[in-house]
Design a protein around this ligand. Structure first.
Ligand code: AMP
Ligand code: ZN
Length: 114
């Protein structure tokens, strides 16, 4: 956990472009954006991945989605639509082992995702 890059961002030990913060979550711009708007919404609590999510995290996870909607509005992608993605584990393409939600918008996305 001490070596977790997102914990370090949350604790401001590493700089990032923070666009929203409250008691429970921190949201910052992805360093390698894959869409015109690419924001990571990150619970401040270190939870490794969706695999570790428990009943006690229900409110926190719900809050993440409210924040995602607020940010979609703030960054002008709410009307046309957007995507929220959670990559989990090796096959899911997770590269940072601190639960995070990608908020993506400003272009069209295809489905099924490749
Ligand atoms: P995932 O592949 O779902 O684990 O997503 C991790 C995301 O974190 C990737 O999109 C990276 O570009 C992003 N990322 C990694 N390091 C940083 C950083 N220091 N600041 C902002 N975004 C980062
Ligand atoms: Zn962490």
């Amino acid at each position: 956990m001490n070596d977790c890059i997102f914990c370090k961002i949350v604790e401001k030990q590493i700089s990032s472009e923070i666009v929203y913060e409250d008691k429970y979550v921190c949201a910052f711009k992805d360093i390698n954006p894959t869409a015109p708007v690419h924001i990571l919404v990150v619970p401040k609590q270190h939870i490794e991945s969706l695999k570790e999510v428990e009943e006690s995290h229900k409110e926190l996870i719900g809050h993440v989605f409210v924040v995602a909607k607020i940010l979609a509005d703030k960054f002008g992608i709410k009307e046309k639509g957007f995507r929220v993605v959670v990559n989990c584990g090796e096959d899911g393409g997770q590269t940072v082992n601190h639960l995070h939600f990608h908020l993506l918008g400003g272009r069209k996305f295809s489905w099924p995702a490749g």
